[in-house]
Design a protein around this ligand. Structure first.
Ligand code: SF4
Length: 494
């Protein structure tokens, strides 16, 4: 019952006190009962009571790993992506859900509830929660409380990493060196031929430190990001392999991570992913077995401890430089910092943000980043981009989840005689403004089918790094690809 769920968040303070009293009394009252009835019979009694009581107040989904007291009395299992560690990047400007616009974002509610429980809640971030244990679905959490529940949080990776990350990755080396980072985003093609992908990527050779290969961005189907990343790695083009939680469960994701590393990929960006509803397969089943933070935990386990999420050891751990995303430009603005901090604590060594079209918002966010010293723990790379007209940008702001574009910026572009040139000029100005913000480590250029303009922006903004990665011999690539590379080289000299 949605109105009662909202009522519960409004009364989070009182309910959390009731819950903590319940947690203290439950063992005292129920342990003797457990001795008489046995744990299984007691659970059979408690489970339906818990289900109905929590169902009424919280729309409880009985995940069997209740974390209500850590999430402001808003059940994270009501989130369409089952995010257990903070909001996704797609929260709408009015605080409503990316996937179910009729509903307030569960994490906007959770943040409001957390503030009611503890006004200084940012000083006590919610615990780092691992992926949901699906075996516990439908089971009682109360029975665990009776028997003294274990802390559900996972331990962050220990300070210095125990195994090497991506030795030899120019992207990681640049991040460690402190130079201004430039990365670009490339969507894999709708093709089984790597030629187009290589031609587009070659445009950026020597202009960027890394090339992000998107993973079904916007819920649209393309060549797999692991394959596209491997093609770039074989060509010496330093890909950042994006892996989203939307389409694969933890078994498939870990297999892909190992496969990518075996094929020479050295950088991975962990993200939750856009919902399927906006893409070209809205009929598809979204998976979201993990969220970005639990994915970071799994990836770090593979790299640092050399083991699968199950604990089974890996013969050879992957060497990967691991990063995550954040979106400071959508609600809950002031509380986004908590989500970023969790990702960095969980092991992200670099962060790439959503498009920045609003520099003052970024400045506010970076003030918080510096206050918490997060820029010293991970490299913060800010997303920038441009499109050809005010109309196209407005469409993106209205249809792409998590993109915020101020009206003043749209008006400036709309008033220009050459809108494309004006939008490009604004992007260059934005890069210069971002570069001046303390704690920003670089920029990440994005833009759909806009490669030529992005390459021009990198040159004209004067941010192209002074190195040229070596071309390796991609023996297993097709001749067509090499042929196309030559065409690109030709275009560049024209
Ligand atoms: S906006 Fe994202 S985090 Fe919030 S409820 Fe919807 S899917 Fe979940």
């Amino acid at each position: 019952m949605y109105p009662i769920r909202l009522w519960s968040v409004r009364h989070a303070h009182g309910l959390s006190r009731f819950y903590s009293l319940f947690s203290r009394l439950a063992p005292v009252v129920c342990k003797p009962l457990a001795k008489v009835l046995g744990t299984q019979r007691l659970e059979a009694v408690l489970q339906p009571i818990e289900k109905h009581a929590k169902g009424l107040f919280f729309d409880c989904q009985m995940c069997g790993q209740c974390v209500l007291s850590a999430t402001g009395m808003a059940c994270p299992m009501n989130c369409a992506k089952e995010m257990r560690n903070g909001p996704c990047g797609g929260v709408r400007a009015n605080g409503h859900c990316e996937v179910k616009p009729e509903m307030r974002c569960v994490w906007v509610e959770a943040t409001a509830g957390a503030k009611r429980i503890a006004p200084d809640h940012l000083a006590h971030p919610t615990p780092l929660l691992p992926a949901v244990d699906r075996k516990k679905q439908g089971k009682s959490t109360w029975i665990e409380v009776v028997h003294g529940r274990k802390d559900p949080a996972f331990a962050p990776p220990p300070g210095p990493r125990t195994t090497p990350e991506a030795e030899g990755s120019p992207f990681e080396t640049a991040c460690r060196s402190g130079e201004f980072i430039v990365t670009v985003e490339i969507a894999p093609p709708d093709s089984a031929d790597p030629a187009d992908l290589l031609a587009r990527a070659e445009r950026f050779r020597g202009l960027v430190h890394g090339m992000n290969i998107t993973d079904g961005a916007g819920g649209n189907c393309h060549m797999s990001s692991v394959a596209a990343s491997a093609i770039l790695a074989a060509a010496g083009l330093n890909p950042v392999y994006q892996v989203a939680c939307r389409d694969r469960n933890r078994i498939a994701i870990q297999g892909d991570i190992l496969g990518a590393a075996a094929l020479g990929v050295r950088n991975v960006l962990c993200l939750t992913g856009d919902d399927v509803s906006q893409g070209d397969h809205p009929q598809a089943k979204p998976v979201f077995d993990l969220d970005a933070v639990s994915l970071l935990h799994v990836a770090r386990g593979m790299v640092d401890r050399g083991e699968f999420a199950s604990g089974r050891p890996l013969a050879t751990p992957p060497r990967l430089f691991i990063g995550a995303t954040c979106n400071p430009f959508v609600p809950p603005h002031a509380d986004r910092i908590a989500n970023l901090e969790k990702k960095i604590t969980a092991g992200a060594r670099f962060i790439q943000t959503q498009f920045c079209f609003d520099v003052p918002l970024l400045e506010d966010f970076m003030r918080e980043v510096r206050a918490r010293g997060l820029h010293e723990k991970a490299r913060i790379i800010v997303g920038v981009g441009t499109l050809s007209s005010a109309r196209a940008l407005r469409w993106m702001g209205e249809h792409v989840p998590g993109v915020h574009i101020p009206e003043a910026l749209l008006a400036r572009i709309a008033a220009a005689a050459d809108q494309k040139a004006e939008a490009k000029q604004i992007c260059i100005e934005t890069i210069q403004a971002i570069r001046a913000i303390e704690g920003v480590a670089g920029v990440h250029l994005m833009g759909h089918k806009n490669d030529q303009t992005l390459a021009e922006i990198i040159r004209e903004a004067g941010i192209a790094p002074f190195f040229a990665p070596k071309t390796t011999s991609p023996t297993w690539l097709f001749t067509a690809a090499r042929h196309n590379n030559q065409e690109t080289e030709h275009e560049r000299h024209e």
